[in-house]
Ligand binder design. Structure first.
Ligand SMILES: C[S@@+](CC[C@H](N)C(=O)[O-])C[C@H]1O[C@@H](n2cnc3c(N)ncnc32)[C@H](O)[C@@H]1O
Ligand code: SF4
Length: 451
């Protein structure tokens, strides 16, 4: 049989025999179709011209993996600061990485929407180290007066003069890790400051002016009682910061709390229901004090928000600098070497320190949007999702959405996803339910437009 002969033996030249069904209609083959473009030109307009012509904004994350202590709950990549030389060498590598990346990916013309210097403890940088880093940021990236420039600080690691350099360099937002205002809880986490020092640090920040201020608390720490937690939350509220973030402490396997309280029995950590009850109490207090919900774990006053979180959760590109940092460029997620020595070695050899990547498919992007953004952010409409992905996920999983309403996790709003208080408390669980259900539908290929 010749290469092109019909294997069924039917007469393929016959129109009837060769007809196919499209959306339930019989269609006869023609040789008239000749596709050169999709969608057809009649759907194109000038609405997105600016979006194409103005280079898309970026966000920058810089990891400073040095700390003055190792806290028992902390899962981030960090080590005890050993010497000034060690940090000098690391900052030199950050600057070199910035130069390489901005040239390699042509980042210089892309406006920087936000910068987040996190750690570890960025506030341990000396004046010289910080200035060098900030000069490189300005040299290799396009910062504007609009750029949000956020910096993580720890009580007791900064002074009035450090705050002046931050301000001069454009830092306009400080996120301070307090975790607890109870000295015994702080001590049991192996942190070095006291509650009084934390309050003093917040006072210094407030007096310096010019910064949006966020403080982090952690629920579920060792030694926490209802009383100590209530006092901590009350004290946090009294500080009157623009934003208050309350993370649920997760006992990761790389933490001392895991060794001491999960694998071992040296310490007792609050159980799940105890932690839920602590968080409920905190939410009542925070709302009563006039804070609004901004995400499932951040509370805000006066419309203040983290633009870095907002942009990156909503999928804008995020350039990552430093050991273990992870970023996103177009459809690629990537992470740098998560070991300081290896990171430094690569950069010194003029090699981009990228350790691993993940090419996101369209399905992944949808699941990520649901998991990390739609449910978590409190201002996410159905329209935003439809504009991005072209379909309404409420309609894709109607039974799941109805069950979430029925069980009290979300309201019955039809144009956006609005979590109830219970939904906020179990925010990541709601994300998981929605994302997993959508994934299940995708797995069955019920929606064939995702290629
Ligand atoms: C990089 S850390 C710390 C910033 C700064 N070094 C400090 O200690 O104040 C940023 C935040 O992550 C949170 N965090 C650390 N370990 C956590 C864990 N196991 N679960 C949830 N949040 C955690 C803490 O609230 C912390 O303030
Ligand atoms: S919480 Fe902050 S200071 Fe403590 S180990 Fe983590 S990054 Fe370092």
């Amino acid at each position: 049989m010749g290469k092109f002969e019909n294997t069924t033996g039917s007469n393929w030249a016959s129109q009837d025999a060769a007809s196919l069904h499209i959306n339930g209609n019989v269609e006869y083959p023609t040789r008239e179709e000749f596709y050169t473009n999709y969608p057809f030109y009649k759907y194109w307009n000038s609405d997105c011209n600016d979006h194409l012509l103005v280079p898309e904004g970026i966000n920058i994350y810089i990891h400073i993996p040095f700390c003055i202590q190792i806290c028992d709950y902390c899962f981030y990549m960090k080590e005890l600061i050993r010497s000034k030389d060690q940090v000098d060498e690391y900052v030199d590598c950050l600057c070199k990485e910035m130069k390489m990346a901005s040239e390699h990916f042509s980042l210089g013309r892309r406006k920087v929407n936000s910068i987040y210097i996190g750690g570890g403890t960025p506030s341990v940088l000396t004046e010289q180290q910080f200035k060098k880093l900030s000069e490189c940021l300005h040299k290799y990236h396009y910062l504007t007066a609009d750029t949000e420039f956020a910096f993580e600080a720890e009580p007791g690691t900064f002074s009035k003069s450090k705050l002046e350099w931050y301000k001069e360099s454009g830092v306009n937002r400080i996120s301070m890790g307090v975790q607890s205002f109870d000295d015994e809880v702080i001590r049991q986490s192996s942190r070095k400051h006291t509650a009084v020092q934390a309050i003093h640090s917040i006072d210094i920040l407030r007096e310096a002016g010019g910064f949006e201020l966020n403080i982090d608390l952690l629920s579920g720490l060792a030694g926490e009682t209802t009383d100590s937690w209530d006092r901590s939350v009350d004290t946090a509220i009294e500080q009157g910061t623009d934003m208050l973030t309350i993370y649920k402490m997760k006992t990761y396997a790389n933490t001392n709390f895991f060794k001491k309280g999960v694998r071992g029995k040296e310490i007792e950590l609050p159980g799940q229901m105890e932690e839920v009850s602590l968080m409920k109490r905190a939410m009542d207090k925070v709302f009563a004090a006039g804070y609004d919900l901004w995400s499932t774990f951040a509370f805000t006053r006066n419309g203040c928000k983290s633009r870095y979180i907002e942009h990156t959760w909503r999928g804008q590109d995020m350039i990552a600098y430093g050991a273990s940092s992870f970023g996103k460029l177009a459809s690629f997620n990537y992470q740098n070497f998560n070991n300081i020595h290896l990171y430094v070695q690569k950069v010194k050899m003029d090699v981009m320190p990228v350790y691993r990547t993940y090419a996101m498919s369209y399905k992944d992007m949808i699941v990520k949007e649901l998991l990390l953004c739609a449910v978590r952010l409190f201002s996410y409409t159905k329209k935003e999702f439809i504009d991005k992905f072209g379909f309404d996920y409420f309609k894709l999983i109607p039974d799941v959405m109805s069950e979430l309403v029925y069980k009290g996790y979300i309201t019955d709003a039809t144009d956006e996803l609005v979590l109830t208080k219970q939904g906020v408390l179990y925010g990541d669980f709601v994300s998981k339910v929605i994302a997993s259900s959508v994934k299940e539908v995708f797995a069955g290929d019920a929606i064939g437009f995702v290629y």
